[in-house]
Design a protein around this ligand. Structure first.
Ligand SMILES: C[S@@+](CC[C@H](N)C(=O)[O-])C[C@H]1O[C@@H](n2cnc3c(N)ncnc32)[C@H](O)[C@@H]1O
Length: 262
C-alpha cells in the first residue's frame, strides 16, 4: 500500500527518519482499530513512540501488545531471551521480574512452550499490559514482594531486565524514552545498578540451588557496568559470567547460586 503523501510529509517534517514506513504502519493500525489516522499521526508527531501509538511492538519474532506509557522492548534484549531459551525446558519455572509489557517472558515461552511463567512489575500500567500479553500469573509489587511465596527456591530462570541507566545519563536518552516511558522503567540510580543490587541480594532465596543446572539470574547491563555488576554478584554469593552480542550491542550478566558440592 502506498502511504498517503500528506501523512509522509507531516511525519518527515516532525523529524521521523523512516517517514514512509511509519506512515504505512500508522495507516494499517488506524484501519485495524477503526480510528482516525489523523489522531495517530498527531500522537506520533508529538513524539510518542510508534509502538505505543499503534499498540504493538514486534520483538524476537512475535508481536507484543504495548499500552501507552509502558516501556517498549528493545531489540538488544533478545540476548536475554536467547540465553533463557537455551536453558529452559518444558516445566522450567521462569520468572520475568521487572516485566514491563511481558515481552521477554512471552518470547521465551514462544520458543520453549511448556514452561511455567510468572511475571511481575511495580507499575500497574505495565502489569495490565503484561496481562494482555501473558494471560495470567502477572503480579504487581516491588521486586520479589510481588511473587507468590511458593516460588521461593523454585525459580529456574530469573530474567530481570531492570532499569539500568545511571541517573546522570537520563537527560541524554532519546526524547521518546524520556518523555513517554516512566522514569521507574529507566532510572537505575547513581551507577545504574541500584535495582540490580536489590535483585542480586535476594536471588539465592528464590533460585533453585540443589539440582543441576542451578537456577540462573539474567540481567542486561552496559559494558561499563560489567566489573561492578560481577562484584555485586560475588558479594551476594553468586557465581557470575558475562555474555555479549556485538550485533545487538548487548551485554548480559548470568549469576547462579554456588555449587553445593564445592
Ligand atoms: C527497563 S524496563 C524493562 C521492561 C521489560 N522487561 C522489557 O525488557 O521490555 C524496567 C521495568 O522495571 C520495572 N520496575 C522498576 N522498578 C521496579 C521494582 N522495584 N519492582 C518491580 N518492577 C520494577 C519498571 O516498571 C519497568 O517496567
Amino acid at each position: 500500500m502506498t502511504p498517503d503523501p500528506d501523512t509522509v510529509r507531516r511525519l518527515r517534517a516532525a523529524g521521523c527518519v523512516f517517514a514512509e514506513e511509519e506512515a504505512a504502519v500508522l495507516t494499517e493500525a488506524a484501519e485495524t482499530a477503526d480510528v482516525q489516522l489523523d489522531a495517530l499521526v498527531e500522537r506520533r508527531i508529538a513524539g510518542e513512540p510508534l509502538e505505543q501509538v499503534v499498540g504493538y511492538a514486534d520483538f524476537s519474532g512475535i508481536r507484543i501488545k504495548i499500552r501507552p506509557g509502558v516501556f517498549v522492548p528493545r531489540v538488544r534484549s533478545e540476548l536475554l531471551v536467547r540465553i533463557a531459551a537455551e536453558e529452559a525446558r518444558p516445566g522450567s519455572v521462569v520468572v520475568d521480574l521487572c516485566c514491563g509489557s511481558g515481552a521477554l517472558g512471552l518470547a521465551v515461552r514462544h520458543r520453549v512452550p511448556g514452561i511455567t511463567l510468572h511475571a511481575a512489575d511495580i507499575d500497574p500500567a505495565a502489569v495490565a499490559c503484561a496481562g494482555d500479553n501473558l494471560g495470567g500469573d502477572v503480579h504487581e509489587g516491588d521486586l520479589y514482594d510481588a511473587l507468590p511465596s511458593h516460588l521461593r527456591h523454585r525459580i529456574d530462570i530469573l530474567i530481570a531486565n531492570v532499569p539500568y541507566v545511571a541517573t546522570a545519563h537520563i537527560p541524554f536518552l532519546p526524547a521518546e524514552a524520556r518523555d513517554h516511558e516512566p522514569r521507574t522503567a529507566l532510572d537505575g540510580g547513581d551507577d545504574g545498578l541500584r535495582i540490580f543490587r536489590s535483585v542480586a541480594a535476594q536471588a539465592r532465596e528464590w533460585l533453585t540451588a540443589g539440582d543441576e543446572p542451578r537456577g540462573m539470574l539474567i540481567s542486561e547491563i552496559t559494558e561499563a557496568q560489567i566489573g561492578t555488576a560481577r562484584a555485586i554478584a560475588d558479594e551476594n554469593g553468586l557465581t557470575s559470567s558475562v555474555v555479549s552480542d556485538d550485533d545487538l550491542d548487548a551485554y548480559a550478566i548470568i549469576a547462579r547460586p554456588p555449587d553445593p558440592a564445592r
